[in-house]
Ligand binder design. Structure first.
Ligand SMILES: Cc1ncc(CNC=O)c(N)n1
Length: 229
């Protein structure tokens, strides 16, 4: 164990370095026009409904992905605490799926009739490729953290100081923008960071590329709903 003397500067982490280096791309994913339109109240409800319907399908595909990360943690992790964090993530997705169903019925969306759009299919395909046992835990947990962090940062922005988010959308923003979800994202970041500290250069390169991949796919995902703006 490395013990740091009191007052000693903490080394800048891998993820912190990426966030600095790729700030513009990260902001592109977390300050997308759709999110900005929720925050300033100008959102077209058709866009919101389209996002909701597509995201329900995404979350269904996200469950087996998270389960696959759980398997990797069980096999590869050096810390038993990882499993509890990821298992908590799996468990909360059950509640999330129920929430999507309630929310859809509130908005008059029939979820059984939703057809996945291209960007959604592509993103679900990425999740599926990450489920392969050949993908390292470090790469998969990085993707997992990034996917959650984008939603956390995006929706927290919609309930932050000075937001004019319409009342009927506040529940959605709270779902990913709340403090507990922020803490959960930080737990994931800490796990990812710990693994990245121990990763080979090749693995680090793969994980960074995956982080950028996620940002790009998140932007494409938001863009799907912009046809209705
Ligand atoms: C496209 C996308 N990215 C991230 C999330 C957040 N994770 C689980 O809910 C989500 N729902 N959808």
């Amino acid at each position: 164990m490395e013990e740091k003397a009191k007052g000693e500067e903490k080394k800048v982490g891998v993820i912190e370095t990426w966030l600095r280096k790729h700030r513009l791309l990260f902001n592109g994913a977390t300050r997308h026009p759709l999110i900005l339109s929720i925050r300033d109240g100008s959102i077209n409800i058709a866009s919101f409904k389209s996002w909701l319907a597509q995201d329900y399908l995404f979350v269904r595909a996200f469950v087996p992905f998270v389960a696959s990360v759980l398997i990797k943690a069980w096999k590869e992790s050096d810390e038993s605490g990882d499993m509890e964090v990821i298992l908590g993530g799996v468990a909360s997705l059950e509640d999330e799926i129920s929430w999507f169903k309630r929310e859809a019925s509130k908005w008059g969306i029939s979820l059984s009739e939703v057809v996945p759009q291209q960007a959604n299919k592509k993103y679900c395909g990425l999740l599926e490729s990450l489920m392969s046992p050949d993908v390292e835990y470090s790469v998969a947990i990085t993707a997992f953290w990034a996917i959650e962090a984008v939603y956390q940062e995006s929706f927290a922005h919609c309930i932050g100081e000075g937001s004019k988010t319409p009342e009927e959308l506040k529940g959605t923003c709270e779902r990913w923008g709340n403090e507990a979800f922020a803490k959960y994202c930080l737990s994931l970041q800490n796990i990812a960071e710990r693994r990245l500290q121990k990763a080979s250069d090749e693995e680090l390169k793969k994980a960074e590329a995956m982080f950028l991949n996620v940002l790009e796919y998140e932007v494409d995902f938001w863009n799907m709903s912009r046809g209705n703006v």
